[in-house]
Design a protein around this ligand. Structure first.
Ligand code: GUN
Length: 278
């Protein structure tokens, strides 16, 4: 029987817990989100983050710059936020326009306010095994979802399709830390179906219809990180859910799986940074 990994239900439970946790403080966290340009998907994500934060009693400020903003303006703003005692968490929404060096911008964020866990100090700590201030939101949400459903990781083969700094690479490390055997596949991987068929846990983070019925082993766990609108305007993930779900032991829906968990983990990271700063 297939179990649907319900990210919305777990998100709601986590947000309730965070709300209670924050009620005991008179001070509140302040999350500042920097959004450059008018990418519609980014705008939706940022609005969702703001709404969720406000429901928890987290101060949330969105600073929106035009797409032609200079890198220096962003660096100056981040430096100002780093030294502002009232600001406890900083997020720069990605992607950034081409003319901006995203590494310089991310590297400018104080690691103690880096709510994504993307700075070299935090990602370096993750990769060496020293705890970062916080873990990246999407991988953390995936691990939390797997744990909630008591899905074992130790010794199991996790195959991740996608090698981004936001999902694939940090998730690989977090799974390794839990003693999974990890394979990362990407756009140059040869014989992708042969590899994905060996997965006990298959994670797809590509953003395109990629995982078909010929690519999975029966009873595997499928985590779909992809989210996009198909040619008919329907929201869907990387996985052909209708045909694949019956073959799996556990699977995330899209929407309603990984997406809500990412937001919940952003809130969790915001609270963790705030508490470390008290
Ligand atoms: N763009 C897509 N996902 C993310 C994320 O987790 N953090 C940031 N900062 N930008 C994103």
């Amino acid at each position: 029987m297939t179990v649907i990994l319900d990210g919305k239900k777990l998100r709601d439970k986590i947000l309730e817990e965070l709300k209670t946790r924050l009620e005991k403080y008179t001070l509140k966290p302040t999350l500042v989100v920097i959004l450059v340009g008018d990418n519609p998907a980014s705008r939706i994500y940022v609005n969702n983050k703001k709404k969720t934060a406000e429901n928890l009693g987290i101060n949330s400020i969105v600073i929106n710059y035009p797409s032609d903003v200079s890198e220096q303006v962003l660096l100056d703003k981040i430096n100002e936020l780093n030294t502002d005692k009232n600001v406890t968490a900083i997020l720069v929404q990605l992607p950034l326009p081409e003319h901006i060096d995203k590494f310089r911008v991310i590297n400018a964020i104080s690691p103690k306010k880096d709510v994504d866990g993307f700075t070299p100090e935090n990602s370096g700590r993750l990769f060496t095994g020293e705890a970062p201030y916080v873990y990246p939101c999407t991988p953390k949400g995936i691990i939390r979802l797997l744990e909630e459903y008591n899905i074992p990781l130790e010794g199991r083969h996790a195959v991740i399709v996608g090698r981004s700094n936001i999902v694939g690479k940090p998730l690989a490390q977090m799974l390794l830390n839990r003693n999974a055997t990890v394979t990362i596949c990407h756009s140059h991987t040869q014989n992708l179906p042969e590899i994905t068929k060996t997965a006990d846990i298959l994670v797809s983070a590509v953003g395109g219809k990629i995982i078909g019925i010929n690519m999975i082993k029966s009873n595997c766990v499928v985590i779909d990180v992809g989210i996009f609108k198909d040619e008919n305007g329907k929201t869907r993930g990387d996985v052909d859910f209708a045909s694949i779900a019956p073959l799996t032991s556990y699977i995330t829906p899209v929407p309603g799986g990984v997406g809500p968990m990412t937001i919940a983990m952003l809130m969790s990271n915001t609270v963790e940074l705030f508490e470390k700063n008290l």
